[in-house]
Ligand binder design. Sequence first.
Ligand code: 5GP
Ligand code: ZN
Length: 116
Amino acid sequence: MDNCIFCKILRDEIPAQKIYEDNDLIAFNDIHPAAPIHFLIIPRTHIASLMECEKTHQQLLGKMLLLAPTLAKEQGCTDGFRTIINTGRVGGQEVFHLHIHIIGSKNRLPAMIHKG
Ligand code: 5GP
Ligand code: ZN
């Protein structure tokens, strides 16, 4: 995808602080971290969002999710972390290349969902 910012990171056309890569996935620090630890896991394949995922992506999605705790621990999340996948306009997605946010801190993160 020519104009996708994450595809440009994958092609090394723009720099990123990569923390992991393999044949299917890469992970890199978020440019505007929401907490002391904030990185993104993305597939090498351009998939716009979770809405575009199909049965054929099951293994890839499982791999992304399983990588989260491994990298989170490596990055210093010893006592938990938050995973977020923003999807589409309603989900507040800004970059339309599937990604999981992993966010961690020494202290408890603020509540994300305020119940009525
Ligand atoms: P979304 O709102 O789509 O779930 O999150 C997109 C995330 O990508 C945001 O947290 C934003 O800070 C991050 N981001 C956007 N552009 C870049 C970039 O060029 N490099 C890096 N490392 N992160 C980016
Ligand atoms: Zn892309």
